[in-house]
Design a protein around this ligand. Structure first.
Ligand code: ZN
Length: 264
């Protein structure tokens, strides 16, 4: 590993680079560099070059940038200038939904052995988790188009499903939603796993969002899922999420948001 490689922070550079973070850091580096140049042109030059290099290699140089830069940019009314384009996951994922009483859904999942109730709460049954996760692992290998087809086959109604904006858009008789790729993978796996245990497909559909609470492995990349906030997903707060502290289950590796905890 070269010195350059060891300085690199892939989680904040390349396609993960957050434009608001980069812009705010470049602006700060230039300001500091110019200020120092007044005292010593040589030191100022070193600050400019060193700072620019650090931003290039590491994504940002000022500690804590991901937590404040998107807010600075959006407070300045500049968030619109940092549009990530159609491929970036800058859309908020919606959820598949069905008009099913949550209590009915819960008792159905318990009776079918998908969930088990223990003293300290509800858990996903071991065999259900095994099947759920292995279905996700299979779906992980699909292209967006193949995943769209899997969604169309899994939902219990006729729907037009397309790969769009890096995720899946679904247009059905009672809903029109866009779901991110990680959520679509988890939801299709839920539909298969739950319906196979004799649950009514509409109840299974209602279970897709709550089931994502039990995710331990990222549906999209297989990385570890942890409780975090959208604030820590660099750039995730650039105008899309109203609250920078939104609690989510997110992937530590790819930054995918798998489940959003409801606002208190
Ligand atoms: Zn991931």
């Amino acid at each position: 590993m070269s010195v350059i490689d060891s300085l690199k922070r892939p989680e904040h550079t390349g396609e993960n680079r957050c434009l608001p973070c980069t812009a705010v850091n470049v602006a700060l580096v230039v300001l500091v560099g110019l200020a120092v140049s007044v005292l010593s042109p040589l030191v100022g030059f070193v600050v400019l070059v060193g700072g620019a290099l650090a931003v290039y290699l590491r994504g940002y140089v000022v500690p804590g940038t991901p937590s404040f830069a998107p807010r600075v940019v959006s407070a300045l009314g500049l968030a619109g200038y940092f549009d990530h384009g159609v491929d970036a996951p800058d859309r908020r994922s919606e959820s598949l939904d069905a008009n099913v009483d949550p209590d009915v859904m819960l008792s159905t999942l318990l009776n079918a052995g998908v969930l088990v109730e223990e003293e300290d709460g509800l858990f996903l049954a071991d065999d259900a988790r095994e099947e759920w996760e292995s279905t996700m692992a299979t779906l992980r290998k699909t292209t967006d188009e193949e995943l769209a087809e899997a969604v169309a086959n899994a939902v219990p109604f006729e729907a037009t499903v397309d790969a769009e904006f890096g995720g899946i858009s679904l247009d059905g008789p009672s809903m029109s939603v866009w779901i991110s790729r990680p959520q679509a993978i988890a939801d299709v796996a839920t539909l298969y796993t739950v319906v196979e245990r004799g649950v009514d497909p509409m109840v299974a559909l209602a279970a897709t969002e709550p089931m994502r609470m039990f995710t331990e492995v990222c549906p999209d990349c297989g990385g570890a899922v942890e409780e975090t906030t959208t604030r820590n997903c660099c750039g995730g707060t650039a105008g899309l999420y109203d609250s920078p502290e939104h609690e989510v289950l997110g992937c530590a590796d790819c930054g995918a948001v798998v489940y959003e905890f409801p606002d208190e």
